[in-house]
Write a protein that binds this ligand. Structure first.
Ligand SMILES: Cc1ncc(COP(=O)(O)OP(=O)(O)O)c(N)n1
Ligand SMILES: Cc1nc(C(=O)O)sc1CCOP(=O)(O)O
Ligand SMILES: [Mg+2]
Length: 515
């Protein structure tokens, strides 16, 4: 059993039980993290009004900070309501200090300013807040809070606001929540993130800021008090659990959609307007609660028809060997496999073309589906059964040409964000990895484990006939294959379990026997 990660929440108490610390504790516990809490202010509020904000003295906060640091050091700190300038100064000091002893610590700030029941929690100016803003890693304002932070007028787009905040305060990830925007149908959430800045992503080679946008059908429930705080705490919890920013963002949104949806019936039963506490449940696993990923790629290909299917006619895809030479192809083709991938790297252009054309020719004598990794133009040119494309190559590939050529398309994904995006493109299959650590490829920071695999599988549509086949890849061998297959995945792709086996034909037979 892994130890639960610890997060600290430094925020206000809402005596009506909706927002602040109450939301933070319910959310963190629902998601499987331990929550330590430092209360910055005792607020007097109910579901219609905020009467007072009573700041807690710095020396009490300092004692709590010290005593918790002794035996419950945090991996993430979430800051909510900061009531007075002395608290800004204190927080700035202690966070600077704690980052020296815990360099991988992530600080998430949800800059609550206005109470949703009306009234202000504090009167801190932007200049007064600046020292704190300059040292937090992530900020999660709603639209009004974002406008306030950069003093951009109404009507400023979420993307513009997020970028302005990012530039003004040098914050690594800015999420502008869309819960309070004025679109009655749709809720858009926007994340602007400098890749490679938080510990989870430190394997990434890119240093360019990147944006993620999620869109959800608007769910109107009266039980939404504390929804904003819950989003920020869910995000902090998912980061503490080791998720990448894009996946923590997606999962947090699904957590909010799930909570709002769960209270819809209660909400409809109320005759009058009523403001109840947001329902913080547990892990979101229901596909309908997940947002749509809205990216340049999904917009560019929104009208693209589905790619040709693998024509399995009810059969399982089974074992999917991924090999790197004609030698291996000749050895495996006679074994009666449903699918094989040729994954060659670093060949000169002439040789590459020669290898691919020969591989396609060889496969014609068998019923095995031959996928070519990466080289979609050559796969089309030589009429391969399909092409496999990774995330890095997806934006560069011409999916219209691949679709029109009739060859099949497989897409790699690593986590729920990429899975949702790739699923929207309706490929012939989806791969998810790396399930376990692997020596074949550097997958640092992207190891999914079996729980994530199961979670991602639940993001497929309920009706089986609408489901895209899913292949699991990464570190799968004979010992691990049964647990992987128990998740319900359609196929397992392997490299070394075959190419480094003492007896590759026997390995194929043993792995196939599990399927
Ligand atoms: C079945 C399958 N899944 C994933 C991959 C990885 O593809 P990609 O992300 O393009 O990485 P490279 O293989 O090109 O290093 C795959 N090849 N096959
Ligand atoms: C090529 C590849 N792609 C991965 C992904 O997760 O996208 S993992 C991986 C390596 C698979 O090799 P092995 O079976 O030897 O672990
Ligand atoms: Mg590739």
């Amino acid at each position: 059993m892994k130890q639960k990660p610890i997060i600290w929440t430094i925020s206000g108490s809402d005596c009506s039980g909706g927002a602040g610390i109450a939301a933070d504790i319910k959310t963190g516990h629902g998601l499987g993290v331990e929550v330590c809490h430092l209360i910055t202010a005792n607020t007097v509020q109910n579901s219609v009004k905020l009467l007072s904000v009573n700041p807690v003295a710095i020396d009490i906060l300092q004692q709590q900070f010290d005593v918790l640091l002794e035996d419950k050091p945090p991996s993430v700190i979430k800051i909510g309501l900061v009531a007075i300038v002395e608290q800004v100064i204190w927080l700035t000091q202690v966070i600077k200090k704690i980052k020296l002893t815990i360099p991988e610590l992530i600080v998430v700030y949800d800059p609550v300013g206005q109470a949703s029941v009306g009234g202000h929690f504090h009167s801190l100016s932007r200049a007064e807040l600046r020292p704190l803003l300059n040292i937090v890693d992530v900020i999660t304002p709603n639209l009004a809070e974002a406008q306030n932070l950069v003093q951009l007028t109404d009507g400023a787009h979420q993307a513009a606001l997020a970028q302005a905040i990012y530039q003004a305060f040098n914050i690594k990830a800015v999420i502008v929540k869309g819960g309070h925007n004025d679109n009655p149908q749709q809720c858009l959430d926007y994340c602007y993130y400098q890749l490679n800045q938080l510990k989870q992503d430190n394997q990434d080679k890119t240093h360019q800021p990147i944006s993620y946008q999620l869109s959800s059908k608007r769910i109107t429930s009266h039980y939404s008090h504390g929804g904003g705080c819950s989003f920020a705490t869910a995000f902090a919890s998912f980061l503490a659990l080791g998720y990448l920013v894009r996946d923590a963002f997606t999962l947090s949104k699904a957590f909010i959609n799930q909570g709002l949806q769960a209270s819809i019936k209660q909400s409809q039963a109320k005759q009058h307007q009523y403001y109840g506490a947001f329902e913080a449940l547990s892990w979101p696993t229901n596909a309908v609660d997940f947002p749509k990923v809205s990216e340049e790629l999904s917009r560019q290909y929104q009208d693209l028809p589905a790619f040709n299917s693998l024509n399995l006619n009810g059969r399982k895809l089974g074992l999917y060997p991924v090999i790197d030479s004609i030698y291996w192809l000749k050895r495996l083709l006679p074994l009666g496999l449903e699918i094989i991938q040729l994954r060659v790297k670093n060949l000169a252009d002439d040789e590459l073309e020669h290898v691919i054309s020969e591989a396609v020719e060889l496969a014609k004598d068998y019923d095995t589906r031959l996928f070519i990794n990466d080289y979609w133009q050559l796969a089309i040119k030589y009429g391969a059964y399909g092409v496999h494309i990774g995330q890095e190559d997806l934006a560069e590939a011409d999916l219209h040409s691949i679709q029109q050529s009739g060859i099949r398309l497989g897409i790699s994904t690593h986590g729920c964000y990429e899975f949702l995006l790739a699923q929207q493109l309706q490929p012939s299959y989806l791969a998810i990895g790396a399930i376990f650590p692997t020596t074949t490829k550097d997958m640092t920071g992207q190891i999914q484990g079996l729980n994530n695999l199961a979670q991602v599988l639940s993001l497929r549509p309920e009706q089986q006939e609408k489901q895209t086949p899913v292949v699991a890849i990464g570190g799968i061998n004979i010992e691990r294959a049964p647990q992987v297959l128990a998740t319900g995945v359609d196929s397992i792709a392997v490299v070394t379990a075959i190419t480094k086996a003492e007896n590759p034909e026997l390995a194929v037979a043993e792995l196939t026997a599990f399927l």
